[in-house]
Design a protein around this ligand. Structure first.
Ligand SMILES: NC(=O)c1ccc[n+]([C@@H]2O[C@H](COP(=O)([O-])OP(=O)(O)OC[C@H]3O[C@@H](n4cnc5c(N)ncnc54)[C@H](OP(=O)(O)O)[C@@H]3O)[C@@H](O)[C@H]2O)c1
Length: 459
């Protein structure tokens, strides 16, 4: 089923001259446009301090699209002529926002539309934009939705402060807290599979599971994101939101009636129950050799062992590992099942694997290669490897940003974060961060520092 936008809308993009806008957001909107999912009446309004006129901004928009959509010249001309605008203004200036509101009214082609304010700016600018938007747009007759990208704060305290600023101006249903990982098809499929497939859902039960491992490894270094990354580090960049959210989808109890509220409630329950022992040998921090910032202590590798303080899960270790300059590109969740009492240590465990990178598959490995079993039972044991693509392959696939932007237009919040979840995730992340010491060095292509091999061996 092709889901279309249900509302006329104005998409006001703060930070429209930045990287995220041209690399991800313009192509995502264009994708929705060429798939005919957008209504007749919509406007994209780029906002920034850079002084551009409509034509200059349209040129920028076009350049960012041209790279990937060479066969869509006609649609590109159409969207640019009819739907793309620019408004130059300051982020901390009331007048700019008053004029912006006026501008939005002038270019609107319809009486009824929603307004989406997307904050694609560095977090230091969130405060003034939130205040000015609230004060100037609250009285608008058009419903305003505000979208903020993760990282939401840099600690539990800063996240709470930011959320207070937001909720001073907006109601909770207007606030969309975005983590683009949750827009990825393989990640959304974890929830779909649990809801639709009782075999898979019944398998994901802590009593049957030996351990869970989630890996997000990439061969690239920090490259041109160094300015952002050096202030954050990989624990806060990858684990705090992306990986803890995925873990929550895997380990939460499935509600009896799955809906947006019950799914968020169960995710919050499991995130609040995640525990870190605060033992220094349950976490490893590393930094790759030749990291571009001299004397920086920023982590580019982090591995941590967590537990979940719930009846079925309390003794199941959860291993999280993520790093840059790794030997491979891999994003994968591996659920390793307990062995039967008679199985030797050498027999590999059965596994359920969700892979998001490099392939997009769900795999169940029921009987392993090299399995040993007593003579009197199975002479002809076969490996039973079930592998199913979970890549979007039907007509009208959408990338992560396109899928989430459509969700904002349609006010569908299941794949957005809710604030209580963010706070629970920060509480855990802050505890892990407190154990941080100077990260040990590792070579490019090595999976973490030598101390990580020790960590694995001990477990
Ligand atoms: N890039 C990514 O792949 C990515 C991924 C996930 C999340 N994010 C988040 O998305 C947001 C935008 O990312 P981005 O990479 O596009 O950021 P960016 O390029 O650094 O900044 C976007 C725009 O914000 C304005 N800006 C930059 N620094 C500013 C400052 N100090 N004060 C006021 N305005 C400033 C600039 O526009 P004007 O000068 O024209 O006003 C700039 O073009 C950030 O919050 C980032 O953490 C980015």
């Amino acid at each position: 089923m092709i889901i279309k936008a249900k509302n006329n809308f104005q998409f006001i993009l703060f930070g429209a001259t930045g990287d995220l806008a041209s690399l991800k957001l313009f192509p995502a909107i264009f994708d929705l446009f060429i798939q005919k999912r957008l209504p007749e009446n919509f406007q994209i309004i780029g906002y920034g301090r850079t002084k551009l006129n409509n034509e200059e901004f349209r040129k920028k928009f076009k350049e960012s699209i041209k790279r990937d959509y060479q066969k869509h010249d006609q649609e590109l001309e159409k969207i640019i002529d009819k739907h793309v605008f620019y408004f130059a203004g300051q982020y901390d200036d009331q007048n700019s926002f008053r004029e912006l509101k006026q501008f939005c009214q002038e270019i609107a082609q319809n009486d009824k539309y929603i307004q989406i304010a997307y904050l694609s700016v560095p977090p230091t600018v969130f405060g003034p934009i939130i205040k000015n938007l609230g004060e100037n747009f609250r009285s608008s007759k058009h419903e305003l939705r505000i979208v903020i990208e993760k990282p939401f704060g840099v600690s539990e305290d800063s996240a709470r402060k930011l959320f207070n600023e937001l909720s001073d101006q907006f109601d909770e249903e207007q606030i969309f807290l975005l983590d683009h990982f949750l827009g990825k098809t393989p990640i959304q499929t974890i929830l779909d599979l649990r809801i639709q497939n009782s075999i898979i859902n019944n398998l994901i039960n802590g009593r049957m599971i030996d351990n869970v491992k989630i890996s997000a490894l990439e061969k690239q270094g920090v490259e041109d994101r160094v300015g952002y990354f050096d202030n954050v580090g990989i624990l806060k960049d990858m684990i705090q939101s992306h990986l803890l959210q995925i873990l929550a989808f895997i380990t939460m109890d499935l509600p009896v009636t799955p809906n947006i509220e019950s799914i968020h409630r169960e995710k919050l329950n499991v995130l609040s129950a995640m525990k870190f022992t605060s033992k220094k040998n349950d976490v490893v921090f590393g930094q790759y050799e030749n990291y571009p910032v001299k004397n920086s202590k920023t982590d580019t590798f982090c591995a941590v062992k967590l537990y979940i303080d719930r009846r079925d899960w309390y003794d199941v270790p959860i291993y999280v590992e993520t790093g840059k300059k790794m030997p491979e590109n891999k994003t994968e969740i591996e659920i390793v099942f307990k062995k039967m009492s008679f199985q030797a240590d050498s027999v590999p465990s059965n596994k359920l694997i969700f892979e998001a990178k490099p392939g997009e598959t769900a795999k169940i490995r029921l009987v392993q290669e090299n399995s040993e079993c007593p003579d009197y039972t199975c002479q002809d044991l076969e490996i039973l490897d079930l592998e199913k693509s979970i890549a979007c392959s039907s007509e009208g696939c959408l990338g992560d940003y396109a899928s989430l932007i459509l969700d904002v237009i349609n006010s569908r919040k299941v794949f957005f974060l809710n604030y209580a979840e963010i706070e629970a995730a920060w509480r855990l992340t802050d505890q892990i961060f407190e154990c941080r010491n100077t990260p040990s060095k590792y070579r490019e292509g090595q999976k973490g520092p030598d101390s990580y091999q020790e960590f694995i061996k001990n477990d």
